[in-house]
Write a new protein. Structure first.
Length: 177
């Protein structure tokens, strides 16, 4: 089993429509995350740890003013991430064989990010745009069931709210969060 699962913008490109992204987002087991962070530091990358997230910056850059090139997230951080990590498939992304989160799990992750009060508003808008890219490209009953199962881990009623967002996106209506 490969220890990393691709999520974020690269997964959106795989399941929806490619879009510009400046970083790689990966879910990793916490034990692997720590080893990867140390190896990246040893290779001169700037690494900043924020709880269950390791942000990676180019070697020699100033993390205070630069963009991260990778966000590495501990799959154990919450039940939503654990379920998404477990719902991965083999894929080829940008010419590399990887594990990528399945479409339904990606939709649940993007919904989870979009409703997070801790994310910047512009990032939440990107999450909604990403949901639209993925759902309009193809979203079948199996995808919907997986998304609902994972959304149910967020809070009571989250799966019904996700259904509403998906319905709004499918019908070109403004999304209400």
């Amino acid at each position: 089993m490969k220890p990393a699962v691709v999520v974020g913008g690269l997964a959106v490109g795989y399941h929806g429509r490619p879009r510009a992204t400046v970083d790689v987002d990966l879910l990793l087991p916490r034990s692997v995350l720590e080893r990867v962070a140390r190896a990246l530091e040893a290779a001169s990358y700037a690494v900043r740890e924020h709880g269950d997230v390791v942000r990676v910056y180019p070697a020699g850059s100033d993390p205070a003013s630069g963009e991260a090139i990778a966000d590495l997230v501990a799959r154990e951080a919450n039940p939503v991430l654990r379920a998404a990590f477990d719902a991965a498939e083999d894929a080829t992304v940008l010419g590399h064989r990887v594990r990528v989160v399945r479409r339904g799990a990606l939709v649940a992750l993007k919904f989870h990010a979009a409703i997070s009060p801790h994310r910047r508003i512009e990032d939440r808008y990107q999450d909604i745009a990403d949901l639209g890219r993925v759902v309009t490209r193809g979203f079948d009953a199996e995808d919907a069931e997986l998304a609902r199962t994972i959304a149910a881990k967020m809070y009571p009623g989250a799966e019904d709210e996700l259904d509403g967002v998906i319905d709004d996106l499918r019908h070109g209506r403004p999304v209400k969060l």
